[in-house]
Design a protein around this ligand. Structure first.
Ligand SMILES: [Zn+2]
Length: 241
């Protein structure tokens, strides 16, 4: 049986942008004088959007895995191990980073505009992270279930923060399959993080240029006791030149 192809296949980045935009639009209808009464409808709509994006992310990751696997000359179907969507985890995270963040900001006597913007940034960071979980966890699940890949590599977006760049350079080009689900790196994605795990099938796999540059910088940077601190300083200096 062949699966029907999506009429419009979004990339990770487009999916992320769509979720961010939808979150902003929904947050616009929060009523500052009636936060608790106006939140449930926003929350329900948000969960619907995240569920849909999560499902699309699962498909993106599955397609990517199949394509990379086929390109490595491995025929046949990989086991499909999609990320599961757990709605219970969402409600609390979204409420903390939406209405509760808003109330905290207002209590700190921030202006109404500032308070709404602060909470919106947190809410967008949370909704996009929860949506991106679909693709991220599917890749890790498939690497673990398949047994034909060498592992996965963390790919940050160009210009990512020093923390993510450093994680992407750590431990060589890929992690072993055995550690794919054990290492925390695969699941530590902060809000507004653009990193994703990419399956690796080939010993000669090379990370993208911006990661190779970060690896070079990391290798050249003397560590004065604190590797992360030293790398961050060197990375930020390099970005500003
Ligand atoms: Zn990141």
């Amino acid at each position: 049986m062949t699966r029907p192809a999506l009429a419009l296949k979004l990339t990770r980045r487009e999916l992320n942008t769509a979720v961010a935009k939808a979150t902003q639009d929904l947050w616009d209808s929060i009523d500052l004088d009636n936060i608790d009464a106006s939140w449930p409808a926003i929350l329900d709509a948000l969960i619907g959007i995240i569920a849909e994006a999560h499902g699309q992310g699962v498909e993106i990751a599955e397609d990517e895995y199949r394509t990379a696997r086929l390109a490595a000359g491995i025929l046949g179907d990989p086991p499909f191990a999609p990320a599961t969507f757990r709605v219970d985890d969402l409600r609390e995270a979204l409420t903390i980073n939406g209405p509760i963040a808003l109330k905290v900001a207002l209590r700190r006597r921030q202006s109404r505009e500032r308070a709404i913007a602060v909470a919106m940034s947190r809410l967008v960071g949370t909704s996009t992270r929860l949506a991106a979980d679909g693709a991220r966890r599917t890749t890790l699940n498939m690497v673990a279930a398949d047994g034909r890949s060498l592992g996965w590599a963390r790919i940050p977006r160009p210009g990512a923060c020093a923390f993510c760049m450093m994680l992407s350079t750590r431990g060589g080009a890929y992690k072993s399959r055995e550690s794919a689900l054990q290492t925390k790196d695969g699941l530590s994605y902060h809000a507004h993080c653009g990193c994703y795990p990419e399956p690796v099938f080939d010993d000669n796999w090379q990370p993208p240029k911006h990661v190779r540059e970060a690896e070079k910088l990391y290798a050249e940077t003397p560590t004065n006791g604190d590797a992360i601190k030293s790398f961050r300083a060197a990375y930020e200096a390099a970005q500003n030149t």
